[in-house]
Design a protein around this ligand. Structure first.
Ligand code: MG
Length: 260
């Protein structure tokens, strides 16, 4: 049956009698039984980790994280009541484990009485691949934009300074919000040139905000992003301790599924 399908495909590819091939196919010719997709048990509640997830934060400790500025040091943020709160003095934190292509789930909450405006109102960020100290990497912005305007490619759900979110799906401050993101890492040739750009699909509170956008390079605060000199392999995931003066934001329930 497989041989017949190959023969039909070959005929089609050669442009030889595709109509003939179509007419003589059986339903079995387009039904496959291998490879069988592995079984994954979904989380019982919405947002709960499925059985094949790598748990990055489950409310207990930061064992899977280190300081992003000095990876020999532990991640010195505050774990309390099953929640992780940014310690601005400690700087960014990143995962010990490196990832290439993956799906991530993360929940974050702005303080209910958040103050500040523009970029200085509950700013943080999810760096989908950390490229070292500080803000080096690819940032999906975290900010309170419930009633707070800023440049649109810098609001919550934006690929910072590259793609504005498709919609504003913010909940008000004080409410837990979710990011569900699919990250496809960029690939580089052996000479460091770009083979294929990074891609991001992101849901913000279940609403699509980034639809398979192609990144132009790692995030840049000033200037145009480029992949030049940026060649890298699998990378940690990083969370931002932003220097704004507003109360620090919190995270919970962070998990990743590595994609083949
Ligand atoms: Mg940020």
């Amino acid at each position: 049956m497989k041989k017949q399908l190959i023969a039909f495909a070959l005929l089609g590819a050669l442009g030889v009698a595709p109509a003939y091939a179509q007419q003589h196919m059986k339903h079995e010719d387009t039904e496959f039984y291998t490879p069988v997709p592995p079984v994954v048990t979904p989380g019982k509640e919405c947002g709960a980790p499925p059985s094949d997830a790598v748990i990055l934060f489950d409310g207990k400790n930061l064992d899977n994280w280190v300081s992003a500025d000095d990876t020999t040091k532990p991640a010195d943020w505050f774990v309390h009541d099953g929640v992780l709160t940014v310690n601005k003095k400690a700087g960014n934190i990143q995962t010990k484990q490196k990832f290439e292509d993956y799906q991530i789930h993360l929940e974050w909450k702005e303080p209910k009485d958040i103050q500040g405006e523009g970029q200085l109102r509950g700013n943080s960020g999810l760096f989908l691949a950390s490229l070292g100290k500080g803000d080096a990497g690819y940032e999906l912005q975290i900010l309170d934009n419930y009633h707070n305007s800023t440049y649109v490619n810098g609001q919550a759900g934006s690929v910072y300074k590259q793609y504005a979110p498709l919609v504003n799906a913010n909940f008000p401050p004080g409410v837990w919000q979710t990011y569900d993101v699919i990250w496809t890492a960029p690939r580089f040739n052996t000479d460091g040139s770009l083979m294929s750009p990074a891609r991001v699909t992101a849901f913000f509170n279940g609403v699509l905000v980034q639809n398979n956008v192609q990144l132009k390079g790692p995030t840049l605060y000033i200037g145009l992003p480029t992949y030049e000199g940026a060649a890298h392999g699998p990378a940690p995931i990083k969370l931002q301790a932003h220097g704004d003066k507003s109360e620090p934001i919190s995270f919970r329930n962070i998990w990743v599924r590595e994609l083949p």
